[in-house]
Structures are given as C-alpha cells and as structure tokens.
Design a binder for this molecule. Structure first.
Ligand code: G1P
Ligand code: ZN
Length: 538
C-alpha cells in the first residue's frame, strides 16, 4: 500500500458554521480536493497520528465516497484506529455515544443535518471531540487556519475498504473496526429509560407513529419501537435511509414533516407522533391535533426529570432564542438557567463541568448529560416514558405546564436566500441601532433592553460576541440573527416570544401577529431584504 502526497491549495471559506461545514453537493464535487483539504486540515489540527476516531453519517449522497476518503486519509496520517458504523451509517447521537463509550479522541459525522440531500442537496462534515460533542470554537478555528495554509494532503492508494461486514481489519498501522451502528445506542437508551413501562403503555392500545423521514434514525427506530418496545409493524414511517431522503426535506417541523402532521391532524389520529431530522439529533413531538413547542418540551422534560430524580438535576441551559418557558420552571424548582448562543457546541462545557443536566433549543433540539449532542430519539423516549408514567395525553401534559407557569407563545420567520452582503450590512446597521431602542414605547410595549447578545462561557471565561440582536419588551422578546447552517446566500431568522400568564389557550399566530409586525419593523426586514413574506414559519 502506497501513501500518496497530493499537492493542493487552500480553499477560501472552509469555516465551520453553527454545526460543521455544510455546502451544496455541487460545490463539493466541482471544487477540486474540497473534502480532502478539509479532512487533512482536521487531521493536522488535532494531531491525528496514533489517535482513535469514530466515523459514520446519515447516509446522504456523498456519504459513501467521503467515508472512503476519511478512511484512506486516516491510514495515510497514521491514525491508530477508526470505529466505523456498518455501511457508514451512524446518527449524530450514536456517534456521540460511541465516542464516549469507547473513550476515543473524537469522531467524524458525515451529515448536513436537516438540510435536503441528493445531488441537488447539501453535504456536510462535523467533527466531534473526545467528550462526544461538537468541536468547540477554539478547535474549529484551528482547523480553519489549517485549511488556509494547506499545501498537500496524504492518502493511501488502495481499493475501497469493506464497510459492510462487521470485522476489524488492519491497514499499515491503522485498525479499522466496522461495528453495528445501533447496539451501543440502544444499550444506552435501555439504561436511561424503563422500557418495560413504555412497553406496557404500547400494549395498552396506545397508538404512536414515528417518521424517520428516510434518514438515519430509521433503523434505530425500527429496533427501538417495533422490536424492543413491541409497537406494531408499520409504526415507523419512511424507515429506510435514502441518499436523497426520498425527496423529503428531513427537518421535523410542521412545514416539512407534512405526512406526519396530516396523520396527527386526521380523524383517527394516534395518541403520539414524533419525527427526527437527517442525522437524528432533532425531534418533533405531536399529540392528536396538538403540536408541542420545542421550548415547552424542554420545560416539561425538566419538570419530570426533577420529579424522577430530584437530586440528579443540577441546572438547565437553553439557547438565547429558545423561549423562557424553561426559565420559569427552573426558577420554581430552584435550579440555575444558562442562556447560551445558538448551537449545541456551547452546551458542552456546561455539561462537562456538571453545571447542567438538560439543555435545549427552539430549533427542535433537546438533550441531556447522557451525551454531548442533542438526541432526537432520547427526547421521544423521554416523552413516551412520561406518557407511560402519567397515562395522560400529550396535550394535558403541556397544558399543565402552562397552567402552572403561564405560556410563552413563540414563532420564527425565516427569510431564505438573502444576499449575504446585504444580510451582513443589515445586522451591522441594526447592531448600531440597538442602544437607541432602550426606553422607547411601541403601543402597549416598552423596550427594557436591546443589545447584541454576547456570551461569557461560565466555565472557560471565553467571550463570544455577535450572537443575535435582542429586544426585550415587557412581556416578550424580539430577536434577529443570521443562520450559520445555510448553504445558499444568507437566511435571516426573526424570532418573537410573547408571554401570557392567564390566556394560555390562544392560537400562537393570533397572539404573536402584533409582536411579529413590530419585529419586522424594528429589524427593518423589508427595507433590507425586500421581503414581506417569510420562506418558512416555525
Ligand atoms: C440551526 C438552529 C440551531 C441548531 C443548528 C444545528 O442553526 O437554529 O439552533 O443548533 O441549526 O441543528 P442556524 O441555522 O440558526 O445557525
Ligand atoms: Zn441534525
């Protein structure tokens, strides 16, 4: 086996976004050495020689060839061992689980998460560190610096490696172990939840549907729901991972999880509906004719986590745009709340330092100290276990939260495909404007605070600036930030939150219409983008 040294040049903008490097497949395939450069930069940045990594992805288009690149380049870089999910498949939480269980030095996740797949879709690569979580900024910055000074990459000249057969092979100094992608994750879930209790619920006539959206969680869900928990065959929809997700946009929300939403809003709606995204870290929870807002979900999970193990819960964290529902629950429970910038990487230090037990984002992400990635199936199992314990409906559980603490109504408008320069100029101009808003009155609201959110990591002291514009009103918040996961132009996100202490049964769109009107005006969305209508509402 020969090691080839291939000359290359830096490729501009190989900077990770909110969650890894994501690009259009067309850009990846038409830019020479695009993935090779990025992979080599990671190996250089983390001194890969002699180390052990986990590798797998969500099965999307390019998963197979890029997996082979990682294996062959790892061999050339003197990596000690690679643990590969069978057929190159692993959900993101499963990678986190395997990294932690086998105490490896990190892992590669081939995924663009909830972005569409296929030749016309997106591809991405995430790198997790030894705690099983997304690499912190300091590491991603080092990787970026390597991409900008790269002159060559190294790769073993060899035929493709068999990743279908579960076996361990040795190539040069590198061991490649292909393992079952599902076993370790299922074992962890069984240690966390009372499967017997959930099995009893499912045997009692309780009906559920899970939509895997033709993405990575299909095989995990078949195993967990249909085999382990005894749900009937057909409980898992879109169970086969496909390179283009069968044309679905694997983002579990009311817009993209259309089929599931239709079933749950239908005449004979099951008791419980859930879905995950491409790489399995997001979750959406539905009851019959009822949608669980992800921020409310975090507050519900906190409540039951404390009820089950009062001493085991030390605190909670939410990303800045996530509603303050969990803050009220935590206050009542006497627990600290940390407000972090958007993106899971900010939770890692808090989890490692034992400051929080649960964390979540409004973008359908929930997780806990069991891993360092958000975990869709874990959240769904947590919900099932609550339903099994209480034998109440999904709606009743959420309404109890509202009755106890009031309700944070919440809505997000996304404006996709905005010119990048225009979006940057918009945020810059608005940033300047923030201080002047403080004290102003808009109808029934006055502005208590207006700033550009900056975060000081309570563990490391590291300061992260420019994490979103924030206008805090009496009884609500208006927020605006640019997405860090898009692959085409910029996406402007506008979030609104309105609190009602008593009126908890209204339509969110009705309650929030005046908030959104004010937000669009304060953030000058039409002036900058020319848009009056969002691309997606969640
Ligand atoms: C989005 C979500 C964010 C989440 C990330 C990865 O990032 O808003 O909460 O962590 O996807 O799933 P954004 O595109 O807003 O930067
Ligand atoms: Zn994801």
């Amino acid at each position: 086996m020969q090691i080839q040294h291939i000359a290359t040049q830096p490729i501009a903008n190989q900077q990770m976004g909110t969650s890894g490097l994501r690009r259009k497949v067309s850009e990846v395939t038409s830019t020479p050495h695009f993935m090779e450069n990025f992979i080599q930069a990671i190996f250089n940045a983390v001194d890969a020689k002699g180390k052990t990594f986990v590798v797998g992805g969500d099965g999307r288009y390019l998963n197979k060839p890029v997996l082979q690149l990682i294996l062959k380049m790892a061999i050339a870089n003197g990596v000690k061992k690679l643990i590969v999910g069978q057929d190159g498949l692993f959900s993101t939480p499963a990678v986190s689980c395997v990294i932690r269980k086998y105490k490896t030095d990190g892992g590669f996740i081939l995924s663009a998460s909830h972005n569409p797949g296929g030749p016309k879709g997106d591809f991405g690569l995430k790198f997790d560190v030894e705690n099983g979580g997304p690499c912190p900024q300091e590491v991603s910055q080092r990787i970026y610096e390597h991409t900008q000074s790269l002159t060559e990459y190294v790769i073993a000249d060899m035929p493709d490696i068999d990743v279908h057969t579960q076996q361990t092979q040795k190539f040069g100094d590198t061991e490649i172990a292909v393992i079952d992608s599902i076993d370790d994750y299922v074992e962890l879930m069984k240690a966390l939840f009372d499967f017997e209790q959930i099995r009893a619920l499912l045997a009692s006539g309780f009906r559920m549907v899970y939509d895997a959206m033709n993405a990575s969680t299909g095989p995990y869900a078949l195993r967990i729901f249909e085999q382990e928990l005894g749900a009937p065959k057909g409980t898992v929809h879109h169970a086969i991972p496909l390179e283009d997700f069968g044309g679905l946009h694997p983002d579990p929300n009311l817009t993209y999880a259309r089929d599931l939403v239709e079933i749950m809003n239908g005449d004979k709606a099951p008791d419980f509906g859930a879905a995950s995204d491409g790489d399995g870290d997001r979750n959406m929870i539905l009851g019959p004719h009822f949608f669980v807002n992800p921020s409310d979900s975090l507050a519900v999970l906190l409540h039951y986590a404390v009820q089950r193990n009062p001493k085991g819960v030390v605190g909670v964290a939410r990303s800045m745009p996530t509603s303050m529902a969990v803050d009220r629950a935590a206050k009542d429970l006497g627990l600290p709340v940390y407000e972090t910038p958007t993106g899971w990487k900010f939770f890692g230090h808090l989890l490692d330092a034992g400051k929080i037990t649960l964390c979540g984002e409004e973008s359908f992400g929930t997780g806990s100290c069991h891993l360092r990635e958000k975990d869709g199936l874990w959240a769904i199992l947590f919900w099932l276990s609550i339903l099994a314990q209480t034998r109440q409906s999904v709606q009743a559980i959420v309404e109890e939260l509202w009755h106890n603490y009031g309700r944070s109504y919440q809505m997000r408008y996304d404006f996709d495909g905005v010119d990048k320069q225009v979006a940057d100029n918009m945020i810059k101009a608005l940033r300047e404007k923030m201080p002047s808003l403080v004290g102003q009155t808009f109808g029934r609201w006055h502005v208590k605070k207006a700033d550009d959110f900056a975060y000081t990591d309570p563990v490391t002291g590291e300061v992260t600036e420019h994490q979103g514009l924030r206008v805090v009103l009496n009884g609500g918040r208006l927020l605006c930030r640019l997405s860090g996961t898009g692959t085409q132009g910029a996406t402007v996100r506008v979030y609104v939150e309105g609190f009602e202490a008593e009126q908890v049964h209204q339509e969110p769109a009705d309650v929030l219409a005046p908030y959104m009107e004010l937000a669009l005006s304060v953030f000058e969305v039409e002036k900058w983008t020319g848009r009056t209508q969002p691309s997606v509402i969640t």
